[in-house]
Design a protein around this ligand. Structure first.
Ligand code: PEP
Ligand code: MN
Length: 337
């Protein structure tokens, strides 16, 4: 249910209604909008309390939330959420650009990538230190040594660092170094991990599972939001279909579909979404045209020598071209990059 407060409801009335909701055994999520405040009342037996809440001081009306996800839905919050951290702003008119290698491989490689993507206009650095690999024999990442390299790259370039956390027990370590915690496609439905990053207090980039529906993605985001973390970015990174010409199938209709239903920003990953370096730039531009609030792109100073995902990584010159094209598209659709 949403308890919609009247315009001009006082802070005391709002506080009172939050307490009322909690006394009824529901979880209260107040959202302080520019126009008015609403309180999402989340819980199993919510409908029976509707009349009682409606008679509260300063309350305009109480309406049921129809979507299965609650805090993530546009019904609860009409204005777009902007996630900001350091140099990165994602959402509304800001198109964020997160770029860097698939994996942190060495200080030299990561710093070269960081300097190059920064010079080309990226607003955050990506790089995996903990890598979820299909084969246990593939490179698993540099772990804490990799996190230290990412922190050094942030110190030098100022770029916010986006890096993946794959296990609940690693969250304190990764959160010490990262600005944004990435939840990978393979972990989208690891609900304990989602709750734990919800409690960690850092913005989260939540990737769509390769076989997950968009409703499932939104419900996964709901776990993080419900744990008290409002800074969630959704990421379309492609899904598994019968089609084999690309590594995954990248459905860009996800972007406007999600925008209709959620206030959360939507980031697109054309690198994993296509799996071929030559397809990344056209799909990045298409994503921006479709309204994406951000891109996450794999860039390597020497893709041929990459320890993971080299075939889908852009070199620096290719990334510069991507930036030029995407900036023009962003401007054409009324956004800033
Ligand atoms: C990655 O970003 O390097 C990654 C492993 O992505 P995904 O979880 O989308 O496969
Ligand atoms: Mn990768």
């Amino acid at each position: 249910m949403i308890v919609v407060m009247k315009r001009g409801a006082t802070p005391q009335q709002i506080e009172h209604m939050i307490e009322r909701v909690e006394q009824l055994g529901l979880k209260a999520h107040p959202i302080y909008g520019t126009e008015r405040t609403v309180i999402a009342a989340i819980g199993e037996k919510r409908d029976e309390f509707r009349q009682s809440l409606e008679s509260g001081p300063g309350v305009a009306e109480v309406v049921p939330i129809l979507a299965p996800y609650k805090v993530a839905s546009r019904e609860v919050k009409a204005e777009a959420t902007v996630v900001r951290v350091g140099t990165l702003a994602v959402g509304n008119c800001h198109v964020g650009m997160i770029a860097g290698p698939c994996s942190v491989e060495s200080e030299e490689q990561t710093l070269a990538a960081a300097r190059a993507v920064k010079a080309a206009g990226a607003t955050a650095l990506r790089g995996g230190a903990f890598k979820p690999r299909t084969s246990p024999y593939s490179f698993q990442g540099m772990k804490e040594d990799g996190l230290k390299i990412l922190a050094a790259a942030r110190d030098e370039t100022g770029l916010a660092v986006v890096t993946e956390v794959i296990a609940t027990e690693d969250i304190p370590l990764v959160a010490r170094y990262a600005d944004v915690l990435q939840i990978g496609a393979r972990n989208m439905q690891n609900y304990r991990l989602l709750e734990a990053v919800g409690e960690a207090g850092k913005p989260v980039l939540l990737k769509r599972g390769a076989s997950a529906t968009l409703d499932e993605l939104l419900l996964a985001a709901e776990y993080i939001l419900n744990a008290g973390n409002p800074n969630v970015m959704l990421c379309e990174r492609g899904i598994r279909t019968f089609e084999a010409h690309t590594r995954y199938t990248l459905p860009l209709a996800s972007v406007p579909w999600l925008h209709e239903r959620t206030h959360l920003p939507v980031v697109v990953d054309p690198s994993h979404g296509t799996g071929h370096a030559s397809l990344v730039t056209p799909m990045a531009a298409a994503a921006v045209a479709a309204g994406a609030d951000g891109l996450i792109v794999e860039v390597h100073p020497d893709p041929e020598s990459a320890l993971s995902d080299g075939y889908q990584s852009l070199d620096v010159a290719e990334f510069e071209k991507l930036m030029t094209l995407c900036r023009r598209v962003a401007e054409a659709v009324g956004r800033r990059m």
